[in-house]
Structure formats: C-alpha cells, structure tokens
Design a protein around this ligand. Structure first.
Ligand code: ADP
Ligand code: ZN
Ligand code: ZN
Length: 730
C-alpha cells in the first residue's frame, strides 16, 4: 500500500542485502529518520544533503518528497546507516528553519502515546499541529507559515501598540478563599514535582477559583513557567478564557480548539510553543501542544467522555495530561464534581491525592432535588403536572427555568399509524430523525444549490440520519401502505420547544443544542442572552449541562432521566449520574431555594437515592465494587479491535482470523473474546463488528497487542480495521 516512490520503512521489514554499508568514518548524520503522518511506518529515511549536514537535528521540522508530493515531517533522529538501498533513498528537500524548537518532553509524550495506543509517532504528532504549519510551503509563497503566524501573534498579543490604549477595566479583586479552598490550595502548593491531585468539588464549590489561585502561584514563582488548562468542550472555552483574562490582565492567554479559524489556531499554537503565551486553554487536542515551560496542568471536568479523541489516534487527553505531568515532573490537577471511575479508584488507592470541596463557595444551599414518577404518557411539552406548576411559579417570580432533554431534533422517528412503518435509514441500523427546518435556511440552501427556479414552498420538516447525515424530504404518504396517517413518535428538543412556547405564551423561550450551535457564534449568542436575562425558559441538551454559571436559574427540569438506567454499556449509569449532577448544578448558583425536578419511570433505582442525597462518594464506591465483582474497568484493562466492511461476513470474517492469530503464548491474564456485531451494526452502508481483549495487567496487555498487531497486518481482508486501547464505549 506504499505510494509510488515511497521509501519506507520499518527496518525490520527490509532485506539485509539492501542495507547501505557503513564504511568506516561514515558520517553520523548521513540520514534523517523523519516521522510523517502516514500509518505505514514509524519513520522514513531520507538522505541529508550536504547543504544541511551539521545543521539538521532531531526535533527539526523538514519538508520531504513523498511520491510526487511534498510533506512536512519531524526529524526524530539522525543515523549513519539506512536500511534502504541507495536507489530508493531521496533527499530531505528543506529544513523549516524558523519552526520553534521541539521540547524534549513533547517528543517524549508523543512517543509514549504512539507506544501506548499502538500507532506511529507521526500519526500522533502531526495531526496535533495546526494545518497551516504542517502544509509544505508553496514555492511562490512569500515568507514561511511560521513567520506569518508569528506576525499574527504580535497582533494578538500587543493590540495596544497600534491603537490608543483603552482604559483597562480594573480587574475585580479575587474573593477571599473559603477555608475549604484555602486548605486545598495549601495542599496543591506543597506539591513539588509530579503529583496528580483529584479535586472533587460539588458544582459551584469554587474549583475554578482554586485553579486560578494555583496558576497564579505557579506563574509568579517562575517567569518562564507555562500552564495548560483543558476543558471538554469548545463551548466552555470562551467563558473560561474570559475569567482567566480578567484575572491575569497582563498575561496573553492562548486558546486552542478545532473551532478556531486556521490562522488564529496557528498563531496561538506558536505563541504556546515559543512561550509567548504562558497560559494555554484548550480542548483535548491542546494536550499535544509543545510547551517548553510547562509547570502545571489542570483538567477541568476530567470525567467527561469528550476528552477521548474519536478519530485518528483514539487517545484520552486526560490520561495524556497525567503522562505529560510525569514526563515534565510537574503537578496535575484533575477537577470534577463526578470523577470518572478510573480517577476515583486512583484517589481511593492513594495514587492520586484526594482534595475535596464539599460545599458551594457562595454558601448557598444546593438545589433541592425531587423525583417525579412518570406513570402515563406525558403531554407534548413533556412536563408532568408538578414540573409544570414549578415552572409557572418560577417564571412568575421572574427567574429562569432550564428544561433538559438529551435528544435533538423534533422527534426520534416518523411512524405510520396504519401499518407501523418507521423512518429507518437505508444506510444505517438506525432511524432517521424528524427535524423541523428553518424555512429561511432551506431557501438559502436551495439558492446555494442554484435551485432558485424551484417554486415548491420550503418544506417544514426533513428526515435526517444522525449517524450518516443522509437527509430526505418527509414522504407525503407511507412508503409501505400509502396511508397519509404519518406522525412523529417521541420528542426531541425542537418539539419540546414548540410545545413550551404554546404552554407558556408569555415566556421568552430559547433552545440550545448542536443544531443551533452549527452556525458559528450562535451558541454564544444564546448563552449571552441567558446571562443577560433575556431568556426565561431555556430548552436544551447536554451542551447546557456543562460548566455554565447561570446566575438567575432557579429551576431545572430533567424531562426523561431513564435512557441511561438500563443501557447496554456498563458505563451508562456513571454517565447518567454525571450528567444529572452537572445539569442540576446549573440551578441556584447564586440564589437559595432552587429546585431540580427529575422525571423517571424508575424512581426506586438506587442511583437516584445517591443523587438525592448529593452523595457522589457513596455512588462511586458502590460502582467500583460492582465493577470489581464483574471484572470490568478500571479493574481490568481493555482493547477493542473494530472492523468495518460492506458485508458483515467480511467484518466478522476478519475478526475471526484475528482471533485465530491471537498470540498463542499470551499469558492467561490476557483474554481474547469472540467477534460480535457492534451495537450499532451498520453505519453509512458499512457493517461493523468488534472483538474485545481484556487483561488484569496493563504491561502484559500491551506486549500481547504488539505481537498481535504484526500478525494482523498480514491478514488479507476487505475489511478496514482499527485497534482502540481503553475504549470508552463497548
Ligand atoms: P466550580 O468551578 O466549582 O463550579 P466556581 O469557581 O465557578 O465553581 O465558583 C462558583 C461560584 O462561586 C462563582 O460565581 C464564583 O465566583 C463563586 N466563588 C468561588 N469562590 C468563591 C469565594 N471564595 N468566595 C465567594 N465566591 C466564590
Ligand atoms: Zn403505512
Ligand atoms: Zn444513516
């Protein structure tokens, strides 16, 4: 599968007759081993041309030929020999001389990740670099991408130089710490070198305030120090950046996430790499930012599944942050109201230091939680009678209400009342979701397609598959029986919003979910409106649950808490507890008497008893007991081999072969299970299957995986496959 002219490769795969002989006195820098974002080999050998001899070194960025193209790569070592024959070797095209130096600990982290996730170094390193900086310079371009990014940094960091200085708003003095916060801070500041701390603090307990104080100390003692703050969602970066900038008026704050314009992302990345920004805030990809002065790392909401990368190398940014702390010998602070089972276990065993903030910083009582049993079908707006009454009372007092439903769209499925037809996706083992479309957006779409001549009125609804994104118009009649008796089943946030507008005609209703957030800036607009008090009733998904500090929110209604209670994935209850805690934590952050109403068909489920008692430790300890009994993570370590192919036979067939070549000498503690179709067995026309490998010990697991992967590479198959270490969905 190598490209024409490609010149690999894994030295172990090269016949020795092709080795370039090492004459005595051969220069040690004749060849550069270059990591590229290519899955076929850990590095690629290139000749170092005379012009670069003595100039080039490990950690340098270079441009190299690749087939008929050129690529940017990173030199990982120089060598006196190559396993490639002379005629296959090509020269390094150019050194990118103005790229920043690569901190050794950055390379070490990437090397660790490559080993741990069983991928090549270039596949880890290069995708984490902003696109503009890893694109080979065009011969006509004036100046390099790094130079342009550097100019951009100048503009971002010192805007005052060109415009008259605006009177800076005097930063609000930090509040005096509560005694619990002060204790936590003392513990943190006592740490010298690598140490992982879990800060378990209830929502609103002032964790962020602790982060800011700790960072302040780290930056004050060392002018070269840098700190990294990771958050799970792009949507959480603006408010955190704002809070950090307000506190550290003189510090440039770099923000890194995939939603930034390329130029801005390149500039902030460079600012971090060159230590011009001492504070870096970012989503999971930011963990792989080179930071030569790294002195501490904060991972906020460490339990959040968004820290797991879901494409390319499936790394956990939280786990890599801990490793980065170890490699740099600096402390790591993991914060959460509902820590992950993995982190909780590490803290219980004393491997992580447990710090806790059991009360809200404001001293305000936490909101009271009520369960409302759902007996019969709820009306369209989804609110039971007690929830409806509570919403009315709250709105009458001029306070805000949040209605939470973790399902976007109008309704999860369209159904025929006559024959039972359902809106299945033809490409996936899933239903197409009924969505209401904004007529204006639909007209714009048509215009963009050059479809102006169409005189049809814009449709109000479409069917959209959430897995493959296929869309279709809503059929006028049932495709099976011709009946026109088609209707939505169940409800999503759009239907909920519509029904709430009808039920509360006086209230200003807003909705926030991924559909709304698709338009750049739209999510922030809704959040700003909520903060400004221009919204009375807010409807939304998960997006609303995390981190936001809504001051006037007095009531949260969870429309349907049941989907996670009896799900197939063993992590579902852990997730549900976290989500409910987060969403409940949005209520009453600044006022007493706030309420949270959770509607459920299973009010006797033990999860709710812990939730009502605000008893996360009780819940987490019991969860760990159950996991231990069942032999599940974090007591066992898992890897999942996934295969996808047009036919399920090919997918399962590959996995069956994989099973057959599983190392026979694997120790008994490493177990390989039989292949099974994935829970969502078909997506976008591809059938999917998986095979689980489990082990009680990590090192044994990784040794076996290494040996196994070599055997897997040799299996001829039509299936595409990928190995995932520490999968978070099974
Ligand atoms: P968390 O990150 O744990 O949710 P925050 O740091 O956002 O908590 O604090 C929650 C609220 O309490 C914020 O409005 C914050 O300004 C306030 N707060 C935090 N620490 C203190 C303190 N020591 N004194 C008074 N208010 C505080
Ligand atoms: Zn029908
Ligand atoms: Zn589909």
């Amino acid at each position: 599968m190598a490209r024409p002219g490609a010149h690999a490769v894994n030295p172990a795969m090269q016949p020795t007759s092709e080795r370039v002989d090492t004459r005595p006195g051969a220069r040690a820098d004749r060849f550069a081993q270059v990591a590229l974002d290519v899955p076929i080999a850990p590095w690629f050998d290139y000749r170092v041309p005379a012009s670069l001899a003595g100039v080039i070194g490990a950690g340098n960025w270079v441009v190299v030929p690749w087939g008929r193209q050129r690529r940017v790569g990173l030199v990982i070592a120089l060598a006196a020999t190559s396993t490639l024959s002379e005629d296959k070797l090509r020269d390094v095209s150019a050194l990118i001389s103005d790229a920043p130096a690569s901190p050794p600990s950055w390379l070490a982290l990437a090397r660790f990740a490559a080993g741990y996730y069983h991928r090549h170094l270039g596949e880890v390193l290069l995708p984490a670099v902003p696109k503009l900086l890893r694109t080979p310079p065009s011969p006509r371009a004036r100046g390099s991408a790094f130079e342009r990014a550097r100019h951009r940094v100048d503009a971002l960091i010192a805007p005052a130089a060109s415009s008259p200085p605006a009177p800076a708003p005097a930063p609000a003095p930090p509040p005096p710490l509560t005694s619990a916060q002060a204790t936590v801070l003392r513990e943190l500041e006592a740490a010298d070198g690598f140490r992982v701390h879990l800060l378990h603090g209830v929502t609103g307990s002032g964790k962020t305030e602790v982060y800011l104080r700790w960072i302040n100390g780290l930056l004050a003692v060392d002018p070269n120090a840098q700190v990294l703050m990771l958050v799970p969602e792009i949507a959480l970066t603006p408010q955190l950046a704002q809070r950090v900038r307000a506190r550290f008026a003189d510090e440039p704050v770099a923000v890194l996430h995939s939603g930034l314009a390329e130029g801005e992302r390149a500039a902030w990345w460079l600012a971090a790499a060159e230590r011009r920004a001492r504070i870096v805030i970012g989503t999971r990809l930011a963990v792989l930012t080179p930071m030569p002065g790294l002195a501490g790392i904060v991972v906020d909401e460490e339990h959040d599944p968004s820290f797991k990368q879901q494409e390319g190398v499936h790394y956990s940014a939280r786990d890599l942050a801990v490793m980065a702390g170890q490699l740099n010998d600096v402390p790591v602070l993991l914060g959460s109201a509902t820590p992950s089972a993995e982190t909780w276990l590490a803290a219980r065993r004393g491997r992580y230091a447990m710090l806790s903030l059991p009360h809200r910083a404001s001293g305000v009582e936490p909101p009271r939680l009520h369960l409302v049993p759902l007996h019969q079908r709820a009306p369209d707006h989804g609110l039971s009678e007690p929830a409806l009454t509570a919403a009315r009372e709250t709105l009458a007092r001029g306070e805000q209400v949040l209605v939470f439903l973790n399902r976007r769209g109008f309704a999860p499925v369209l159904a025929c009342a006559s024959c039972g037809w359902l809106s299945r996706c033809e490409h996936c083992a899933a239903y197409r979701v009924l969505h209401r479309v904004d007529p204006l957006a639909e007209l714009l779409r048509r215009a963009a397609r050059g479809d102006q001549a169409s005189t049809r009125r814009p449709t109000r609804y479409r069917l959209i598959c959430h897995h493959c994104a296929a869309e279709q118009a809503v059929p006028r009649a049932c495709p099976e029986c011709g009946s026109i008796d088609l209707g939505p089943l169940g409800r999503g946030t759009q239907r909920l919003e519509e029904a709430l507008v009808a039920a509360f005609p006086e209230a200003r209703v807003a909705r926030l979910d991924r559909d709304v957030a698709r338009r750049r800036g739209a999510a922030q607009q809704v959040l700003d409106a909520v903060h400004a008090g221009e919204v009375d009733l807010l409807v939304g998904t998960q997006m609303l649950a995390k981190g936001h500090d809504f001051q006037r929110l007095a009531l949260v209604v969870v429309v349907d808490a049941d989907s996670g209670l009896y799900a197939a994935d063993f992590r579902a209850p852990e997730r549900l507890f976290a989500t409910l805690t987060q969403v409940a934590g949005r209520a009453g952050r600044a006022m007493a008497g706030a309420r949270v109403i959770v509607q459920t068909r299973y009010p006797d489920h033990p999860l709710f008893a812990s939730l009502l008692a605000h008893d996360f430790p009780g819940f987490a300890d019991r969860l760990l007991e159950e996991r231990q009994e069942a032999g599940l993570p974090p007591f066992r370590h898992q890897a999942l081999l996934r295969a996808e192919a047009v036919s399920i036979e090919d997918a399962i067939g590959f996995l069956a072969q994989a099973h057959a070549v599983f190392p026979a000498d694997a120790p008994a503690q490493v177990q390989c299970f039989d292949p099974v179709p994935m829970p969502l067995a078909r997506v976008a026309g591809k059938s999917r299957a998986q095979l689980l490998v489990e082990s009680t010990a990590r090192p044994a697991l990784h040794r076996v995986l290494d040996a196994w992967l070599e055997a897997l590479d040799a299996i001829p198959s039509r299936a595409r496959w990928q190995l995932e270490v520490d999968p978070i969905e099974i």
